[in-house]
Design a protein around this ligand. Sequence first.
Ligand code: AMP
Length: 454
Amino acid sequence: MSFTKLGLSAPILTAVSEQGYDTPTPIQEKAIPAIIEGRDIMAAAQTGTGKTAGFTLPLLERLSKGQKAGPNQARALILAPTRELAAQVAESVELYSKNLPLTSTVVFGGVKINPQMMRLRKGVDVLVATPGRLIDLMGQGAVKFKNLEVLVLDEADRMLDMGFIHDIKRILKTLPAKRQNLMFSATFSDDIRQLAKGLIHNPVEVSVESNKAAKTIEHWIHPVDKTKKPALLTHLIEKNNWRQVLVFTRTKHGANRLVKQLDKSKIEAAAIHGNKSQSARTKALAGFKSGEIRILVATDIVARGLDIDQLPQVVNYDLPNVSEDYVHRIGRTGRAGASGEAISLVTAEDIKELSDIERLTQKLLRREIVEGFEPINKVPETTLNMKPIKAKKPKKPNRSGNNQGEQKAKRSHGDKAPQGTKKRSSGHKAQSKKNTDNKSGSQDVWKNSTKKHK
Ligand code: AMP
């Protein structure tokens, strides 16, 4: 299958080939023709599958045919859970639309609101937003959706995990009833299905295998005692001369502590999590991408969706509480066919998490004890003789009838919504003021500007 068979026009195909893509990924193959046709989509897919191009390319194809946006109007709205993901999606939109006379912009919290309001004045074809800042902007009359044609919910499960459901409902109320809806989620919980029920009509369902690690990723564990973990990580970085490693911790506090420990060993490291200011997050990510920072220590919520080219190494300093996050984490490496390595430091206390991961991936992880770090508390042996954990498959909305009261316990990630994109509350105005006052200089890194009409 080639991109030319999917119904995309020449300006988009040129932009795609300039990216060096010759074959559409499975999600692109299924989603692109259906979206061009105007169908609603419900897709089980996560970062690394090519989903961003999967919805952006046909979206641009559709928008290239219609009327331009009026002042303060947006024709397509893409909602994303984190600022990093919103910025990345906006970059893709800009890239793929470079040969089209379409405009796009991104808005998120933690940076000044005024420049965002200015950019929205003339109207935009594609608006990428995090929910909290979008509500601020809507409250100030900076953006209206009378002419909205397409709504995209990207990483819908993560948006619900982060407590954005009320914001999403508020936004949905302001959208015209006649529109196309595209929903992307790594998992389909009852909450997600409930949300989809009132939103998506007769969707094309797309599911991309998500509970298996890519074949190009080699992953194994180092059993170790808890107290030896910082020393083992330093040892591995130095012995293997790792230059760019994404390290996952379970908590924000744990991430900060680890950065301090690495600093003491003169290893350049920075933390990225929801308690960091936007400018600190932007600086850390930019430094990591450019190679100035060797080790980026992240928690799950912020790290999910980060697309770092050719990332060779991922370390699970702590195993995740939720086994599906293991697949997301190690999927940061070995992308688009490149090879990658992911190692996990595992202590005797982590036996349940380890066993859950092995049952989900249906693979017993290879154990490698590092000389000098032999654990006193041995990690018990595990087997696969238990029922495998299945990742949830998407189900048709409406089919499940009334599942109110079946609200599933929220997944615990040890990380809250990032500052400025939190669940709205009575302190909302104060938060907006704080964002307005934020003197962050992150715009240049995020290309936080509207793409000009050509
Ligand atoms: P995503 O799942 O949208 O985060 O995309 C993951 C990565 O795959 C990004 O770095 C994209 O640039 C890349 N990508 C997307 N589509 C293709 C394709 N058809 N061929 C090769 N790489 C792709």
